[in-house]
Design a protein around this ligand. Structure first.
Ligand code: G3P
Ligand code: CA
Length: 265
């Protein structure tokens, strides 16, 4: 459950993607090694209905292939090299399926699955993901998130026991969700870009009994600012850097507490 994550939680964005190709088994295994608290990944459906872990709706940016993920079969996607574009050292890395990620790191780390449902009619993705989570006994170890409210509502119907996080859109639709509609959509956390995080937003989200997670934070000064405001978690490409920055900050806090204790005696 989300409630079991430490605060602030370090969530490896698309895996430890500062060190390995994003959304690959290498990036996820590295995040486990680096002792991130969780990984974040993105899911879409292949042409033949398999759950594919990939951010973009095409394979163009992250692989040596071309085309829409939704037009390619699992076999065609598995032919592609998802490592060399990042670095030759990762030549031959494959695009993983969600099942493969669960089988490789599912018992080692908490997983934020971002549902990349393109429209309100893409419910098949949510259904298949729910089935995969059940088959792998992962319900207590996942946090779902989505910009698509229908996907969040649907996953809540299928897996009510799982944690859900809202990725609010900007503009009127985002405003409606954050205000009038928020009680209709069950979610325990709100995930927003780090530059928009203010004390007011954190306090509001906390008053609702929810956690605020910020993305994507890769610089120590930004991490320190967010910790000071009381952020509950950060998405980062560089879990090592984030963990070191948090440890330094907390070390300072313990030290300063100790000196207060010493003084009071
Ligand atoms: O969930 C935080 C973040 O992953 C959302 O943005 O574009 O990286 O999927 P994006
Ligand atoms: Ca994402």
């Amino acid at each position: 459950m989300l409630a079991h994550l430490p605060k602030p939680a370090v969530i490896a964005h698309r895996g430890a993607s500062a060190y390995a190709p994003e959304n690959t088994l290498s990036a996820f295994e590295l995040a486990v090694k680096q002792e991130a608290d969780a990984i974040e990944l993105d899911v879409r459906l292949s042409a033949d209905g398999h759950i594919i872990v990939i951010h973009d709706n095409t394979v163009n940016r992250t692989t040596n292939g071309k085309g829409m993920v939704s037009d390619l079969s699992l076999a065609a996607l598995k032919e592609l090299d998802a490592g060399s574009v990042y670095d030759d050292a990762f030549h031959g890395e494959k695009i993983p399926t969600l099942a493969e990620v669960f089988e490789t790191v599912g018992k080692k780390i908490f997983i934020n699955v971002e549902l990349k449902n393109e429209t309100i009619f893409s419910g098949e993705l949510t259904e298949k993901v729910a089935q995969c989570v059940r088959e792998h006994n992962m319900a207590s170890r996942v946090l779902f998130s989505s910009y698509n409210l229908f996907a969040l509502r649907q996953i809540d119907k299928l897996l009510p026991e799982t944690s859900k996080g809202l990725l609010p859109n900007k503009g009127l639709s985002g405003f409606m969700v954050r205000t009038w509609l928020r009680e209709l959509i069950p979610y325990q956390s709100v995930h927003i870009p780090s530059q928009y995080v203010t004390q007011g937003i954190i306090d509001n989200v906390h008053r609702q009994g929810r956690r605020l997670l910020a993305y994507t934070v890769n610089h120590p000064a930004d991490i320190q600012r967010l910790i000071k405001l009381g952020i509950d978690g950060i998405f980062t490409d560089d879990p090592l850097l984030a963990l070191r920055t948090i440890a330094k900050k907390q070390g300072w806090f313990i030290l300063s507490q100790k000196s207060v204790d010493t003084f009071s005696y």
